[in-house]
Design a protein around this ligand. Structure first.
Ligand code: PEP
Ligand code: MG
Length: 753
């Protein structure tokens, strides 16, 4: 029986000799499969390499017919080999032929082999090949044998990626950048446009030494001291004056917690004990995690991966002799390109030199996006294979507004974008002049312009944007930035600071809206087929009322003697509002009973983002002080369209007759009932959409701080009555979107959009 650590060390030492020996890559690969077959007492050992077009080609075998080499090819997903590649996970089968995915290839002569164990060959988080052993007998391979094969596969990954077996242009991870201009599509993680030169973030430390020459204890000690190095560096960041306050600190606390993850540390130590160097072990465990997580839809796990990635990258730098946290000097106009950025990275660079971030992964709620928003750096995420498609020093345009990255743009394009950026700077300067002017249409309708916020950092824009207050404070963002659930005292302190900084301007606090794509690092959501329609938002807080009670308690305490506005998210029916409101009343009672001061006034409202609620307005309106339309979710649910799916982003337009008629109906009923109505989704931030909303009777708009100026300029240019007449006349038409008509009309009527 083969046991992992000892055999693995011996095998690894011999592998090292083969890899360092002479001969072509194919000859070395051939020797490797012979070695593995002998060492694992397998009748067959074969190596498949993934070629362009998701094809796995047999490159070397010991035991199968040699004629099959380069002839046997399987698609990713086809047969057991294809299955291993498709799922990036090992398979160990005593009776492989009875597996439903078994695909028989006569040219290999494999019908006489019954058992099979295979592992993916992973490099940089991608499957580049598959390594398989087979036995005649129905052998049961143990977990430790799978581990050994995985470790060998990691060493082989370097050979596959060396470019000697197949050209680099055919390798899975290489997108073939060439020198031509490229237009890469991603998703907007933060708006704005930036132009600069690409700096690859922390170029991956290439692990060159895989097999430890010495005692594993020496390697474990190297790993430990690298971890200490990271912690010391973290402590230094914590000691910086700018770290005293705000979400930066919370985000880093969470990060620090990950460096203490016992399971992760134990796995790395095990890999070292199996014979790897510290750097190879860190890299292997990280690659394994990445490949497995790529198969997992769970946003919680995906978010955690960013932090682990970052820590692994830093550890590798330490182990390579770098100082871990020292960054290359950034050019004055830098566009950082990375697979992902950990929260720590934002504190390493000088933000004034950063013109944009481009990430291969990412979600709008990831930590880096949250802080980039506060620092006003455009970010495009989910840009496929970006690290292979952008070279350091390439000129890059990051168009955060449209989720686009233009690499090596032509002079003409660059000039055009520069013109646009310049023009928008001028516009911003012009808007700044309007800061203290009211948002009033030419025919005298006053529109209240509020801003959306979620971080303390956002509050600084309240003053310079000229917003009338905060129309949507997303309380989940501070929850997401922390390492653990904030208690009542912590929440109270936070909400007090928000109210202090708002200096008497109204702030609408929306209660916790988590679930869906908004994940808390310390709270793993349940597995759901369809999280957007699942257990999220107020559904969670109604089912876990203490969570809501604590939050409401903190809000009541923070607002003692001041005005408080509370809004519940994702309310789908009146009964839910009544239930949430009753919890608030309970807390008001609790505050009274304990002799605490209450807010001077309490306004209670709801988001309207689930279409069902629009049909219950006559029952709802007498119960609420205000309603705020969440146009992002309302559109998502109205059109049955995933708001995060780029394929859907252009398909349905909020400026469609359907959406506008729904809003028109809500506005009319709110007006008749004397209930104030606002829109706080993305629509409110876009001038043309905002024009339509005002025309439909919405007189409070809550938007990103950067949009306040342009929306105010549009409103001051607008005469309401003719827009109203024009728009109302269009609502019955058959167009999918009224955008083109409204745009033309606005242009004809001198509206600045
Ligand atoms: C909305 O759905 O429009 C909204 C404002 O809420 P969020 O974007 O936070 O879901
Ligand atoms: Mg919403």
């Amino acid at each position: 029986m083969v046991t992992a650590p000892s055999v693995s060390r011996r095998l690894l030492a011999r592998l090292r000799d083969v890899m360092a020996g002479g001969g072509t890559a194919e000859i070395r690969l051939d020797q490797v499969v012979q070695l593995i077959a002998a060492d694992l007492e397998a009748d067959v050992c074969s190596c498949y390499v993934q070629r362009a077009g998701e094809v796995l080609e047999l490159f070397a075998t010991q035991g199968l017919k040699k004629a099959a080499i380069h002839n046997t090819r399987l698609r990713v997903g086809e047969g057991l080999v294809g299955d291993i590649a498709a799922h990036a996970r090992p398979l160990a089968l005593a009776d492989a032929q009875s597996h439903p995915n078994f695909a028989y290839r006569p040219e290999t002569g494999e019908e006489i082999y019954h058992s099979l164990m295979g592992v993916p060959i992973i490099r940089g988080g991608r499957v580049v090949g598959v390594l398989v052993v087979q036995n005649r007998s129905q052998r049961r391979y143990g977990d430790e044998e799978v581990e050994v094969l995985e470790t060998v596969a990691m060493v082989l990954a370097e050979l596959v990626a060396s470019g000697e077996l197949i050209g680099r242009d055919e390798q899975v991870s290489v997108g073939g950048s060439g020198a031509l201009p490229q237009r890469l599509e991603g998703v907007r993680l933060n708006g704005g446009v930036g132009i600069g030169v690409a700096v690859l973030h922390r170029p991956r430390v290439v692990v060159r030494r895989f097999v430890a020459d010495e005692d594993p204890e020496v390697e474990i000690e190297r790993f430990r001291s690298a971890l200490v190095g990271i912690k010391t560096a973290l402590d230094e960041v914590f000691a910086r004056p700018e770290m005293n306050d705000g979400e930066h600190r919370d985000v880093l606390e969470t990060y620090k917690m990950f460096t203490e993850d016992k399971g992760w540390r134990a796995r790395i130590k095990e890999a070292i004990k199996a014979g790897l160097t510290a750097e190879a072990a860190v890299s292997k465990i990280n690659d394994d995690m990445r490949a497995r997580m790529a198969q997992i839809e769970d946003p919680y796990l995906r978010e955690r991966m960013h932090d682990f990635d970052d820590i692994a990258g830093r550890l590798l730098q330490f182990l390579a002799g770098g100082e871990g946290l020292v960054k290359p000097d950034l050019p004055a106009d830098a566009v950082l390109v990375a697979r992902n950025l950990g929260p720590m990275d934002l504190f390493d660079h000088d933000p004034s030199r950063l013109r944009g971030l481009v990430l291969e992964e990412g979600s709008p709620t990831m930590h880096v996006a949250i802080v980039a928003r506060a620092l006003d750096i455009p970010v495009v995420g989910r840009c496929k294979d970006v690290l292979d498609r952008i070279d350091p020093g390439d000129p890059v345009i990051v168009d955060g507004d449209n989720g686009l990255v233009l690499v090596r743009p032509s002079e003409d394009l660059r000039d055009a974008v520069l013109d646009t950026v310049q023009a928008s700077r001028l516009k911003v300067a012009a808007y700044a002049k309007l800061r203290d002017e009211p948002a009033v249409t030419k025919d005298g309708t006053r529109v209240s312009l509020m801003m959306n916020a979620g971080l303390l950092l956002d509050l600084q824009h309240l003053e310079d944007s000229g917003a009338d207050g905060i129309g949507l404070y997303r309380t989940e963002l501070p929850f997401m930035a922390r390492a653990s659930l904030p208690d009542v005292a912590t929440q109270t302190a936070l909400y007090e600071r928000i109210l202090d900084q708002a200096k008497g301007r109204p702030v609408v606090f929306r209660t916790l809206d988590v679930g869906g794509d908004k994940v808390l690092p310390y709270w793993k959501p349940s597995d759901e087929e369809n999280p957007a329609l699942g257990w999220r938002s107020v559904r969670i807080t109604l089912d876990r009322p203490m969570l809501l009670r604590h939050q409401l308690r903190a809000l009541l305490r923070a607002a003692a003697g001041r005005d408080l506005s509370v809004m519940f998210p994702m309310i789908a029916e009146v009964a839910e509002f009544v239930q949430a409101r009753a919890i608030l009343d309970l807390e008001i009672e609790h505050a009274r009973a304990t002799g605490r001061g209450l807010p001077a006034s309490i306004r209670v409202g709801t988001m309207l983002e689930v279409p069902a609620l629009a049909f219950q307005l006559p029952t709802l309106l007498p119960l609420v002080d205000f309603i705020s339309i969440g146009s992002n979710d309302l559109a998502q649910f109205l059109f049955a369209m995933d708001r995060g799916n780029p394929l859907m982003s252009e398909r349905y337009d909020p400026l469609s007759p359907a959406m506008l008629m729904v809003i028109q109906g809500i506005a009319a009923q709110c007006r008749a009932a004397g209930v104030s109505l606002s829109v706080c989704g993305e629509m409110a931030s876009k001038p043309l959409d905002a024009m339509a909303l005002v025309a439909l009777g919405v007189t409070t708009l809550s938007m990103s701080a950067s949009a306040v100026g342009r929306i105010k300029a549009m409103i001051r240019d607008m005469t309401l009555a003719p827009v109203q007449a024009y728009l109302t006349g269009l609502l019955g038409c058959r167009d999918r979107s009224l955008r083109p008509r409204l745009k033309a009309w606005a242009g004809d009527h001198g509206l600045r959009l």
